[in-house]
Design a binder for this molecule. Structure first.
Ligand code: T4K
Length: 387
C-alpha cells in the first residue's frame, strides 16, 4: 500500500479563529467598561445578531449547551417522570434528563436520518411520559412533523437538542423554530463557536422571560428572586468571540459544503462505505461528515479503519459510540436493551465522522479518501475478497 501519512495530525474538526488583532480590538471596550458578564453590551449585541441571522424571535445565550438543555427542561416544567429520547447522541442529552430527576426512555433511530424514528415513539409513551427530546444529529432534521403530531395527540412537550443544527433550514424556515424549544451548542468543536457556549430558542414571550430568569438564579431585581434558577450566563469575552465568528460563519458553511461534495465524489464508489447525500427541503450546515462502514463489503470494520487511519495521522471520531443506553448509569433500564434498539446499535457500530472544517485543504481530503480506499482494498485482499 502506498503510504500517505500526513505530515501534521488532522483532527475531526478545528475551530475557525478570528484574527487576534480584531479580537483585541473588540475587547478594548470590555476593558474600558469593566463589564465582564451579566448581560453586557456584547452579550446583547450577539443575541440580537443571532436573532437576525437565524430568523428567530427569542434567543437566550448560555454558558454551554448542556446547561441550556437543563434550563429548557425546567422552563417547560418537565421534571420527574419519563422523557423519550435517542440513545445515538452525545452523553449530555441523556444526562440532562437524569439531572432533572427524569428517567430517559430510549427509542430506536431511523436508518436514513440517524434521528429518533417517529414510528417507534408511540409504543413507548406511558402515563409517566412528560416530553420527547429528539436530537437533530449532525444537523440533519428530525421528522419534525411526525414528532409534533405524536406530541399533540398525547399532550407532550417537544424539546429539540439542536446542538449541531446552527443555521440549518427546513422547508424554508429555521429548524430551530420547530417544537416547544431548541438548544444549540457553541462549543469549540461546533461550526459556530463562542469557545464554550450555547443558546436556548424559546417559542413564546412568556417562555423566553422564564428562561432568562432561570439562567440568572431566578433573579427578577435586587429584591426579588422568583424561582430556583441557576447560573447559565455567557460572558463578554465569549460574546466578543461569537460576534467575530458570526462574520465568517457563512463562508465556513460554504467551505464545508465544498469539502463535503469532494468527500462524496471520492467515496461513493468505495465498496462498503456509505456516505449520505443532502436531504430534500433542507439547507444543511455541513457541520459533520459521517460515513458508515459495512465490514463485509469494505474489508475491515469501523474500529479497524479508525485505528488504521490514526497511523496515517488522521483522527476521525466515532460519534456517537458507545450509545447512551450502554452507559452503566442507564444500561439497566428496560428501554436500554440492545434488542429494542437494533438500528441504533448497528449505526453506532458502523459510523465514523471524518475530518471536516473550512480550512481543511482539498489535497488533504483527497489523501484521506485515498487512504480509506487503499485500506479497504488491503482488507479485502487479506481476507480473501471480503469478510
Ligand atoms: N448535545 C449534543 C448532541 C452534543 O453533541 C453536545 C456536545 C451537547 C449536547 C452539549 O453541548 P455543550 O455543553 O458541549 O455545549 C466534543 C464537544 O466537547 C461537545 O461539545 C460536542 N457535543 C461533541 C460532539 O464533541 P469531544 O469529547 O469529542 O471533544 P474533544 O475534546 O475530543 O475534541 C474533538 C476534536 O476537536 C479534537 O480532536 C480536536 C478538535 N478541537 C477540540 C477542542 C476542544 C480543537 O481543534 N480545538 C479545541 O479547542 O466532545
Amino acid at each position: 500500500m502506498r503510504r500517505y501519512r500526513l505530515a501534521e495530525p488532522v483532527y475531526v474538526t478545528r475551530p475557525t479563529m478570528p484574527s487576534l488583532a480584531r479580537y483585541s480590538e473588540k475587547l478594548e471596550g470590555v476593558w474600558r467598561r469593566r463589564w465582564l458578564t451579566n448581560e453586557g453590551e456584547l452579550h446583547r449585541e450577539l443575541e440580537g445578531r443571532l436573532r437576525e441571522r437565524l430568523g428567530l424571535e427569542y434567543v437566550s445565550l448560555f454558558c454551554n449547551g448542556t446547561i441550556a438543555l437543563m434550563v429548557a427542561l425546567q422552563a417547560l416544567r418537565t421534571h420527574g417522570g419519563e422523557v423519550i429520547t435517542t440513545p445515538f447522541t452525545f452523553p449530555a442529552t441523556a444526562h440532562v434528563l437524569f439531572w432533572n430527576g427524569i428517567r430517559p426512555v430510549f427509542c430506536d433511530i431511523d436508518a436514513e436520518t440517524f434521528n429518533l424514528d417517529p414510528r417507534q415513539i408511540e409504543p413507548l409513551i406511558s402515563a409517566e411520559t412528560q416530553a420527547i427530546l429528539p436530537v437533530h444529529v449532525y444537523g440533519t432534521p428530525c421528522d419534525v412533523d411526525a414528532i409534533q403530531a405524536i406530541a399533540d395527540r398525547h399532550g407532550l412537550r417537544v424539546l429539540y437538542d439542536a446542538a449541531h443544527a446552527f443555521g440549518v433550514e427546513y422547508h424554508g424556515r429555521s429548524l430551530l423554530s420547530y417544537g416547544d424549544a431548541s438548544v444549540l451548542s457553541f462549543h469549540a468543536t461546533k461550526l459556530f463557536t463562542t469557545v464554550e457556549g450555547g443558546a436556548l430558542v424559546s417559542k413564546t414571550p412568556e417562555q423566553f422571560r422564564r428562561v432568562n430568569f432561570l439562567k440568572n438564579f431566578g433573579i427578577a431585581d435586587e429584591d426579588t428572586v422568583i424561582g430556583p434558577g441557576i447560573n447559565g450566563k455567557l460572558n463578554e469575552l465569549q460574546a466578543a468571540f461569537g460576534l467575530l465568528q458570526l462574520e465568517t460563519v457563512d463562508v465556513e458553511i460554504a467551505n464545508r459544503q465544498r469539502l463535503t461534495d469532494l468527500y462524496r465524489e471520492q467515496l461513493t464508489d468505495v465498496p462498503g462505505i456509505i456516505i449520505r447525500g443532502d436531504r430534500p427541503g433542507v439547507s444543511h450546515n455541513y457541520g459533520y461528515l459521517p460515513i458508515l462502514v459495512e465490514p463485509e463489503k469494505f474489508g475491515m470494520c469501523r474500529d479497524e479503519l479508525c485505528d488504521s487511519l490514526r497511523e496515517f495521522n488522521i483522527f476521525a471520531r466515532k460519534y456517537f459510540h458507545p450509545l447512551c443506553s450502554h452507559f452503566p448509569c442507564y444500561s439497566a433500564l428496560p428501554s436500554a436493551d440492545p434488542k429494542r434498539l437494533p438500528t441504533a446499535e448497528r449505526v453506532a457500530g458502523q459510523v465514523l465522522c471524518l475530518p471536516i472544517y473550512g480550512e481543511l485543504d482539498r489535497e488533504t481530503v483527497l489523501a484521506i479518501c485515498e487512504t480509506i480506499r487503499q485500506l479497504g482494498r488491503l482488507g479485502r485482499t487479506d481476507s480473501g475478497g471480503g469478510r
